[in-house]
Design a protein around this ligand. Sequence first.
Ligand code: ADP
Ligand code: MG
Ligand code: MG
Ligand code: MG
Length: 386
Amino acid sequence: MYEPLTEQKAIALAVRLGLFGKDALLSCQEIGDGNLNLVFRIVNERTNDSIIIKQALPYAKVVGESWPLTLKRATIESQALRTFASYVPQYVPKVYYSDESLAITVMEDLSHLQIARRGLIEGKTFPKLSEHIGEFIAKTAFYTSDFGMNQQQKKKLAQQFTNPELCKITEDLVFTDPFFDHDTNNFEAELRADVEQLGQDDVLKCETAKLKRLFLTKADVLLHGDLHTGSIFASDDETKVIDPEFAFYGPIGFDLGQFFANLLLNALARDERDREPLFHHIEKTWNVFVRTFSELWRESDEPYAQISGVLQDVLHDAKIEAIGFAGCEVIRRTIGLAHVADVDELPLERRLDAKRHALRLGRALIVQREQLPIQAIKQLVQQTVH
Ligand code: ADP
Ligand code: MG
Ligand code: MG
Ligand code: MG
């Protein structure tokens, strides 16, 4: 039977599950800073062993009980973590236990690492971040695609990751509301004219409609679905991806695009001279993705895989999607419901500059995505200053 855990109940659960030794002295703290769920950290004070229990609530915490949200997302999350672990165990927390009726995932405590968004805001570089995320995306994408797994099994896996409620959040908040005058939007009064201009931009809206349609229809690979820098724990040498409750079968470029967008938003929040590490991360993620995905492609049993031009076509689509989805994410994080701390923590004048720049950059990424090489994103940032 479902009930929301308290710190005391989380400890009792950990004891009941035998997750710690008999003489453990347990303490617990709710540390969740996300929008949707509870996160309990339980520590054995005698040994310093620790675990995390993440629990879904039957509503979105950020909005409150007026926004009901399926508990099934906890099952999607634990299944996605386990699926990713079968390909890239080094990049996800270990799952120790999960319970569908309680909507919990019990997992490895990653508190020795830092949420990448927070570290990037502090000016950290995380030198391995792009190598690791490029490999994470390439391997999970390839091995869950029709070129990397049995095509009948893939259809079953895609069914298991049918995630309509969480996909709807993305369909509304990323692809729709920011481009229409919707009451979920959230922006400074000073940006009213800029937002209205977006709403009247039929060229832009036609392109975002195409991207939304891809998101709705292209069941290509298993995606994380919410791969912003707040879903990544990092240090100088380790990277772990958390929070895949939005996982579903979708277009190959989506996770790349969300990751790029969040790096770009961090770049826009910095002085111009400090942006280089972010551009470097974008290019390196892409290069590692292409290299790793192309190496795996040689293993494919699909008869068309070795036909000249097929891999190039897949990678070309991935690039166009990544840039277009990045544009949508940049815009929605600027004027939509959920923002990023990178920009929101700036003082008003700098924030307004960064946000106006973000809107121009987002638009340019979307409408130029077919012609733009990844290496040109950096110039595009410069070209959209005014
Ligand atoms: P939400 O879905 O609500 O966004 P997250 O999975 O992103 O929840 O977790 C929210 C926060 O809880 C993270 O930003 C992090 O501070 C903490 N957290 C989540 N998982 C772990 C973990 N495995 N180890 C340590 N801290 C964690
Ligand atoms: Mg926290
Ligand atoms: Mg989160
Ligand atoms: Mg989440």
